[in-house]
Design a protein. Sequence first.
Lengths: 310, 419
Amino acid sequence: MFEVLILVVLFFIFLFLPFVPSLIELFLKRDAEPIPINPERKKEPDYFGKSFINLLATALKDLKIQEVERLNPVYLKLKLNKEEWVGFLNDEKLAESTMDTPVVFTKDTVFLQNHTFRRELVVFGNAVFKNTCVARSLYVKGDCLIEAPVRIVRWAHVKGTLITKSNADLGVSIYAREIRIRGWTTFKRAYAQKIDTSDDPLVDKKNNNTERVINLKGNFSITDNIRIAGKEKPVFVDGDIFCDGDVQIEGDVWIKGNVFSQKSITLKDGVVIGIEGKVKSVVARGEILIKGPFRIYGYLHSEKGVEVSP
Amino acid sequence: MGILIFLLKAYMVFLMLVLLLYIIRHYTFALNRALGKQRLYYQDVLDEDLPTVSVLVPMHNEEKVARHILDLLVASDYPKEKLEIIPINDHSTDRTKEILEEYAQKYPFIRPLHRYGDLPRGKQNGLNDALKIAKGEVIIVYDADYLPPKGQIRALAIAFKDPRVGAVMGRVVPINAGKNLLTRLLDIERSGGYQVDQQARYNLNLIPQYGGTVGGFRKSLVIELGGFDARILAEDTELTYKIYLNGYKVAYANSAECYEEAPEDWNVRARQLRRWSRGHNQVMFKYFLPTILSKKLSFWQKVDGLLLLAIYMQPFLIFLGLLNSLLLFFLGEMEIASSYLFLLFIFAHNSFGNFAPFFEIGIALVLDGAKQRVFILPLMFFEFIFNTIYASLGFFDALIDLITKRTILWQKTERFRNV
């Protein structure tokens, strides 16, 4: 009788054993919160720079410091995401070769020495990089000229014009009013009213013989690869291109809408994307390769990377 | 007697083959989501030339939730000159009408549609009437208990830049996940359904489903296709098939996440599930043959489309299989096939097949970073039994609808939110 009882008890123990972890989780509620969704969530290309500078401005406001530009060299303990020291400098020579705190240069700054900024680098003025620099992130209130190899790990936010004349790895996200790329440059996302690789007039600014132009009207959705070449005659596409395969566009081609690919996109030798004054995008799941003269009014995005060789 | 036993055995073999197809389907989806290439949605396309949008919010006695969704829609970052909001007040007897009028006075882009009198009730009827007055090129639909984030209308509407997109679907997340056992089970079920199932179908160019809320469609296309069939309760599933059979596709936006209120009561869930099953099976009866014969669908889209159509019939088939196996047991006829290979197949099914949907949910929870929730998975066993019963009842309802052509009444899901 006892053996039967033991067997029955064992039977029920093994029957309910798989449910024990479930019941523990059900009663302890260790992971019962809903999956977080940010109600404010929206697509903002200047999100990183704007968020950081708002944090900095709020922290300074809390200290009742209004005019950052006039601060003398000083280190202040500010509450950004956490409480930390922030250096406010007015001379590049005051910065060590490696800086571990966020640094704010309070006026126009020319970087003549080699620096590694392990945290945010802020310039409240124009910035010129004449020597190799690495920064986690870069915020420039004026224009920014890169004349030596620069590497940004996360984001760059330039309120004025960003010009790269040397090799530059600009990290995950760039935002500027205008971006002029004149040296080999890589990044993942870039947004500006105008991004170009050449000062030459391209197909949208040339006096094209309208009879020679091939006009394609409407939006296009392609399930295979596509190649558009404007080598013999200029090609104007009056809409968007959505493609499941590779996209290759070269020569005098003006796409007035967006270009989107589930693979890679190559744009070279004179391609123009978008219309001045409007934001349009080039988005790819694979790489975006840009070679030679090129211009876009708007946004470039590839998580695999955008490589620009002017 | 011999013929009966043969038929019973043949049914078991048929059921095993059907279940095998579903096992392959679930594993393919789970593995694709975990290891495969992920298809890009359009959320990264920034474009100032956005389409005009009409947001439709079907409402029947929604005084508990109406203000919440309207406040969130008003806060949307979509350009207001391109946006109109049409709450569809469908025979409400509570304060819904007054609330909508109050918002309409305040915001000119909110234009409520009040449906009373002889107008037939139901979401499909409301949508059909709203389509007649909607000015937007794109229609976005939210159920009244949903809480859309600020940038969601833009994230959904941008998909229609692609001329092949006929409809778009976002991801549904229960806000009351931790309330009780039912909401916890529904929460992980939703994770598996969206994070893995829908995304994998989008990745593999199969048939991601338009779900009737947190989603939208091209107005001109739906009008051209004759609007919504008032006799079909699952207007969303029907639209999915109409779209694919006419050469368009559904885009799935996994990042367009939106909170919903999941049922907190088993009776409410039972009614909801039965209604879904009924509607889905109505669509199955209507579109099974057109899906097979379609020239617009690829082979794999047809396979996925048929399996998706039969998904709410599957519990009924399993239920029949259980009865069948009991009969065979008492008749002493359990030896269906003498081959050891066949036995191996049955063991393999029991070892892996039953767990295939569980793997989908497990992978979804890992992707969501909600690893502790995996411990809830064994309790899905009870929900599986619950689903089998009510989905089977829904199948019967659809069968009776098909035979008798009876009038179909819409049943609203009860809300639980405190005002």
